[in-house]
Ligand binder design. Structure first.
Ligand code: SAM
Length: 219
């Protein structure tokens, strides 16, 4: 089959994005492979696709953003190093890109979004790509108890504290990756459950949109 010009251009841009991620210290081969394969531009409106491979966050409507590629790669690396396989809950579907990366890496992905418009758009992209990602509309701070426990929980919005409902839905030896802090900036935080004990470690600083919900920030 002859490759279309746009596909070739976007593939070259994905390759450049992956090289840049490597320079920034992302070195997990499964993560880099997923970034090379998943067509990030499909998670953008057609008129914004030229920006899809720039290393910055980008508005996706409804006051929300698709996270910067480095941020997605950083969180995904933290997850894969501690939890290489299994069932993952993502809180904050947004564009759907993070969920698609996890799906490509072989995880079984459950994702929750609180804004109906974003849920609808991401489900359309998943269906175009033929991805079997489980989606739900709702307050993700309360988790998705029907499918718990999860080996990994990845929260892609900034929270004041790890929501206790999510901690309850974490499997033994499971790991939660969550930005914790105030409205201006947060520290990427890893919470690990082992037996009855929860351990918490903080890493680099980021700036996420707020996690809004019963166990997050108010409206
Ligand atoms: N993971 C997304 C992606 O790949 O495009 C980026 C997420 S964006 C930075 C944060 C998302 O979290 C927004 O879409 C926002 O509506 C959503 N969000 C905030 N609070 C939420 C909650 N309590 N439950 C579910 N989604 C929430």
């Amino acid at each position: 089959m002859v490759e279309k010009r746009d596909d070739r251009v976007y593939r070259d841009r994905r390759q450049e994005m992956v090289e840049q991620l490597r320079r920034y210290g992302i070195n997990n081969s499964r993560v880099l492979e997923a970034f090379l394969a998943v067509e990030r531009h499909l998670f953008f409106d057609p008129e914004s696709r030229d920006y899809a491979y720039d290393d910055c966050a980008f508005p996706i409507g409804c006051g929300q953003t698709i996270s910067q590629p480095f941020t997605v790669a950083y969180m995904t690396s933290m997850l894969v190093e501690r939890c290489p396989a299994g069932k993952i809950l993502e809180v904050g579907t947004g564009s759907g890109y993070q969920a698609a990366i996890l799906d490509y890496m072989g995880y079984s992905v459950y994702t929750i979004e609180r804004i109906p418009e974003l849920l609808k758009r991401s489900s359309e992209v998943f269906s175009v790509l033929g991805l079997k990602i489980h989606q739900r509309l709702g307050d993700g701070t309360l988790g998705w108890s029907d499918h718990a426990p999860y080996k990994g929980i990845i929260v892609t919005a900034g929270a004041p504290e790890p929501p206790s409902s999510l901690l309850e839905q974490l499997a033994d030896n499971g790991v939660m990756i969550i930005p914790i802090g105030g409205s201006v900036g947060q520290r990427m935080t890893v919470v690990t459950r082992s037996g009855g004990r929860l351990e918490r470690e903080s890493f680099h600083a980021f700036a996420f949109v707020p996690l809004i919900g019963r166990e997050g920030w108010g409206e």
